[in-house]
Design a protein around this ligand. Sequence first.
Ligand code: SF4
Length: 250
Amino acid sequence: MAHKIEWTEQTWNPSAGCSKISSGCKNCYAEAMALRLQAMNTEGYENGFKFNTVPSRLNDPLKRKKPTVYFVNSMSDIFHEDMPHEYLDKILGVIRNTPQHTYQILTKRADRMYNYLSKKDIPKNIWLGVTVENVKDGLPRIEKLRNLNATVLFLSVEPLLEDLGEINLTNIDWVIVGGESGNRARPMDEKWVLNIKQQCEINDIAFFFKQWGAWGADKVKRNKKENGKSLNGKIWQQYPEIIEQQYILV
Ligand code: SF4
């Protein structure tokens, strides 16, 4: 059944907490949020940002009939080294048993993702993505992602920290680009973004520019709402064809 989406609709956090693995993690919003949730005695954050599973949330999607796009683990990384293999199987089981929902899974641990999922029949309702914040850590993740057989393979180029140069976009369906938010945000150069957009156009890949973040195209730091979402005076929010066919896009 078609329904409306923008980028995502709900988050589902069957695990909580994480640890930093690359430059993109430097100003991790989940870490700051976890410490606030710990102070509020929220379940799953008893140890602050330390990784742990949260079994009480595992079955949440089973209780929801309305088709929903879930972003999985906004407060963690599903392929974190401390995530038990058996618990990953349980998460996959919930995804299989809720074909009415769509699950966006994004990771910086592409090796573990590949080792786990390449031996599985990946459910059709999973969109699989990796973060690509820079050349050194980000580009090798794409090599793992492109060899997995999921309905949608996407790159989350956020926060974009440098020029990525030439990117091999073979098998990639969707590229989402954004700048960093927050007080300590690092600036993003418009040329870096345009380089990616151009490569998407050449390869006929959907390009979605999410936001500038804390720094504007003019390299001035200000409120992220003021910096907005336009690139060269236009909004670029494309989706892969398969998503356009299934959803009413807003
Ligand atoms: S992988 Fe994601 S959740 Fe984990 S520390 Fe890095 S940015 Fe934060």
